[in-house]
Design a protein around this ligand. Structure first.
Ligand code: ATP
Ligand code: MG
Length: 443
């Protein structure tokens, strides 16, 4: 038995020794029945939060209004929740009130049958009052009770249904699926943070494409990311895109991701979001400027999903620059080096690899970059710059955003080996940018 399970059982046994009922509940029971290793163990009990707090002095009353106490056992934290039933969901998100009750009532408030079982590890009793075991055998996500009623109470459950289906490789029960289709637009009553968390679990899991297709078929995608449903039916030049329209292209990329970070997965989803708006038919189908438009759409989506500033900037940069790879073979040494050795290059390169796999499957540019990177690794580590901002000021330049450009030019020349000393760097800068010096200083 692993350490986590042993500690969880200690908490549970302490409650039982005090005369209370206690069970493992929710996802960990589902995982145990499926022979998967639970990531965490939640405990459900008939002890009230006050009683739990008394029995475990090292506990935190985090979700008092929902009857949840966090118990610390040997530095591990366990959620101990009092059996409860939830009442009234006026806002479509949270119960108006909770009432402490018995086990058979507690399981009915839970979302899906597969998540509604209780397990007592000391006796080996599996308390399955909702048909969870049967649905695990049938590999089926099904609400406990009437789907429409359950989704009306808490709209986030619609996203969770899709998330569990892809996470576990289950189907969604027909009535459950229909109910989502009916209520999908109401997903917008839920906070974007909660929507985002479910969306990112879907996108970074092993069935991201299937997850997007389910979100689309249920209508959830149209509500939360209309920019992505807009990709459907947008034709592309067949010589570069044998896979079909932009939606198919993105799905093919999602299918080929392996353990992506959230920002990479989002960038894959959004990288061609500028195509619908920029579609034109000239000599062939063209999407002029689509990376620029895509960058703007990516920013809008990241804001909507309440991503951090840094995550937003990363996604924007990945989307904006995904076509740079078409030119890497013609880039000047210095520029290429700066791109390949830049802080986000691994993500850029992985997006490019997926972009190719998701279309023509030609990986020659990808290979070119890998070879270049190997070459750079064998070289001496980058030297420190021959010239910096202070040197520019000493030369008479007035600090401005142009400094970045001037220093980049000098850095390129240094990387290419055309300048090798501070003196040469100053000469180069004066030659190229001397005209920018304030009057009287350029001599
Ligand atoms: P995982 O932790 O693997 O994502 P889980 O089943 O443990 O899956 P949690 O979000 O941790 O999911 O929730 C724990 C349990 O609480 C669930 O198994 C379910 O019984 C119940 N639950 C969670 N969210 C809801 C909800 N929105 N409506 C009803 N019951 C819920
Ligand atoms: Mg859990």
């Amino acid at each position: 038995m692993n350490e986590l399970r042993r500690k969880a059982e200690r908490v549970l046994k302490t409650l039982v020794d005090e005369g209370f009922e206690a069970y493992f509940s929710g996802g960990c029971v589902r995982d145990m029945v499926m022979n998967l290793e639970p990531q965490d163990y939640d405990i459900a009990t008939n002890a009230t939060p006050q009683e739990v707090a008394r029995i475990f002095p090292r506990s935190h009353n985090v979700g008092a209004q929902f009857g949840v106490v966090v118990v610390v056992e040997e530095d591990e934290r366990f959620e101990v929740a009092t059996f409860r039933s939830d009442h009234g969901y006026a806002d479509g998100r949270h119960p108006d009130s909770v009432v402490y009750t018995e086990a058979r009532e507690d399981v009915k408030r839970r979302d899906f049958t597969i998540n509604g079982m209780l397990y007592q590890p000391l006796t080996g009793e599996l308390l399955d009052l909702v048909g969870g075991r049967e649905d695990i055998d049938a590999r089926m996500v099904r609400t406990i009770g009437e789907p429409e009623k359950r989704f009306s109470e808490d709209k986030l459950r619609m996203m969770r249904a899709v998330r569990f289906a892809v996470q576990l490789d289950f189907s969604v029960d027909e009535a459950t699926f229909q109910a989502i289709g009916k209520l999908a637009p109401e997903i917008l009553q839920v906070s974007w943070e909660r929507i985002r968390d479910e969306l990112l679990k879907i996108l970074t899991g092993s069935q991201a494409a299937r997850g997007m297709i389910l979100l689309d078929e249920t209508g959830l995608l149209e509500s939360i990311l209309p920019e992505i449903t807009a990709l459907k039916g947008v034709q592309q030049p067949p010589e570069f895109h044998p896979e079909g329209d932009v939606w198919n292209h993105v799905m093919k990329m999602l299918e080929n991701m392996h353990n992506p970070s959230s920002v990479l997965a989002l960038s894959v989803l959004l990288h061609d979001a500028g195509k619908p708006e920029t579609y034109s038919e000239e000599d062939r189908i063209r999407f002029d400027n689509h990376t620029k438009v895509g960058e703007r759409i990516a920013e809008e989506v990241c804001r909507r999903l309440r991503l951090s500033r840094q995550e937003t900037e990363t996604v924007k940069s990945l989307v904006a620059q995904h076509l740079r790879f078409m030119h890497v073979r013609d880039m000047r040494q210095g520029k290429l080096k700066r791109f390949l050795l830049g802080p986000l290059f691994n993500e850029h390169l992985e997006l490019h690899r997926l972009d190719c796999i998701g279309s023509h499957e030609d990986l020659s540019i990808y290979q070119f970059c890998l070879d270049k990177l190997k070459e750079y690794e064998r070289e001496v580590p980058p030297q420190k710059p021959l010239i910096n901002g202070d040197d520019l000021i000493a030369l008479g330049f007035t600090p401005s955003p142009l400094f970045k450009e001037i220093l980049a030019e000098a850095e390129d020349a240094q990387l290419e080996g055309t300048i090798t000393s501070a003196e040469e760097a100053r000469e180069l800068v004066l030659k190229k940018f001397g005209h920018l010096l304030p009057r009287g200083k350029s001599s």
